[in-house]
Ligand binder design. Structure first.
Ligand code: BTN
Length: 263
């Protein structure tokens, strides 16, 4: 990871966004950038405020899982204020931003519903959206994005088989500050179009590797198996079962049971 003055100075000099990443906090080592961002949001930090950590000691993932976050990764959390009616779009917005950033860096990626980003079938990025609500109102959301940039995922037995990193894919280190620059730029571009969900859902589903695959999913506590047929306008995954009926998966994870080795 570039040292604080490097990454901060790099971003401050080059970032042309209106609000995304304009207030930037860098912490060399922390528990989780989600916690720092939450504290900042509670103190009234503006939308787009971003936290970057060099290393997280208790990075967290979706569904209570830990997120391995050694030095060389990009761990960032961004404060957002979507309307409560639009918050369901955040998994799509953030994963498309990562997908676009990787394309700019010359890496072909795919999105695994709802918001994992894969390269050659392995996870390169995980996204955690945490929402703070009060009295039925959305106070703020924190979009946590973890990207395996410059470390050898093969050296970590717990993720060696399922994860990859940009440096592993490229065969050399990737410019981490540039990864952050493209990420915040793409994120602002997509997020400002939040009032037009159709084009966001479209771009998300066009780049989703889950579609057309045989999947296992949790459907209200029951496991179902079927073929992922598409994404509906609410962002749910539509799965066709063997009996011809369909189920809409609203949240959770799916396991892709026939991988074809693509992105
Ligand atoms: C997942 O795939 O389960 C989501 C992983 C999210 C990891 C990021 S890293 C930055 C932010 N801080 C955290 O503790 N988690 C998110």
């Amino acid at each position: 990871m570039a040292a604080e003055p490097d990454i901060k100075a790099y971003l401050q000099e080059r970032l042309k966004t209106r609000f995304m990443g304009r207030e930037l906090h860098y912490i060399a080592v922390t528990t989780s950038t989600q916690d720092i961002a939450r504290t900042l949001a509670e103190q009234g930090a503006p939308e787009g405020t971003a936290v970057i950590a060099g290393e997280q000691q208790s990075g967290r993932g979706r569904m209570g899982r830990p997120w391995l976050s050694p030095s060389g990764g990009l761990a960032t959390s961004i404060i957002l204020h979507p309307s409560i009616a639009s918050v369901y779009l955040l998994p799509a917005i953030t994963s498309v931003a990562v997908f676009r950033m990787l394309r700019k860096m010359g890496i072909k990626a795919g999105i695994k519903w709802p918001n994992d980003v894969l390269v050659k079938g392995k996870k390169v990025c995980g996204i955690l959206i945490e929402n703070a609500t009060a009295g039925g109102e959305l106070r703020y959301s924190i979009a946590g994005i973890g990207i395996n940039v410059n470390f050898d995922t093969g050296k970590y037995p717990e993720i060696a088989d399922i994860a990859t990193s940009l440096s592993v894919q490229l065969g050399h280190e990737a410019p981490l500050a540039e990864v952050a620059l493209h990420l915040y730029t793409e994120l602002e571009d997509i997020y400002t179009g939040i009032a037009e969900p159709a084009s966001i859902i479209d771009e998300w589903s066009q780049n989703m590797v889950t579609i057309g695959r045989t999947v296992s999913a949790d459907f209200y506590g029951n496991r179902i198996d079927g073929t992922a047929e598409g994404i509906n306008q609410q962002g749910n995954l539509v799965v066709r079962l063997a009996d011809g009926s369909t189920r809409e998966i609203v949240a959770g994870d799916v396991t892709v049971t026939n991988t074809n080795g693509g992105a």
